[in-house]
Design a protein around this ligand. Structure first.
Ligand code: SF4
Length: 141
């Protein structure tokens, strides 16, 4: 079966997602991806480009992501989180194993540099402490 793709930085967005998104379609898809990953912890292919969350996003473009210019390159963000966590692009790994590695390696400074300019963070919906709390709740069930 075709392995589902997840871009690295969505490991930060998913545990923090609470229903707010770029459009209704986006939020419905994001919620269903979140439920699938958190209930089954499937093996995923981790990438630095468009994935199963981007597929329902109004910001998706043929060339990448419409937010690339405003918030720095989104792919660069994926690459930075991959480096921090010690992953190569195209690594296939279980969702919880990937989350565990990010949990172990990402510092508060890393979180700020990755998420500081994101609109959801600026709206106060995300924080390093909240990410840790939600990741721990998922990993310690
Ligand atoms: S297209 Fe851009 S804004 Fe939309 S989910 Fe993908 S990376 Fe995020």
């Amino acid at each position: 079966m075709h392995t589902k793709r997840l871009r690295f930085h969505h490991l930060l967005c998913l545990p923090l997602f609470k229903g707010e998104g770029y459009s209704d379609d986006f939020s419905v898809n994001m919620q269903s991806v979140k439920e699938l990953l958190e209930s089954e912890g499937p093996t995923l292919r981790f990438v630095c480009s468009s994935d199963m969350i981007c597929q329902s996003c109004p910001n998706r473009r043929k060339s990448g992501c419409a937010l690339d210019d405003r918030e720095g390159s989104v792919s660069d963000k994926d690459k930075r989180l991959a480096d921090i966590s010690g992953f190569e692009e195209d690594t296939e790994l279980g969702y919880f194993d990937a989350l565990k590695a990010v949990r172990r390696k990402m510092t508060a400074e890393d979180f700020t540099s990755l998420c500081g300019e994101c609109r959801w963070n600026k709206m106060g919906l995300c924080s390093y402490e909240k990410w840790l709390e939600n990741a721990d709740a998922l990993l310690n069930r």
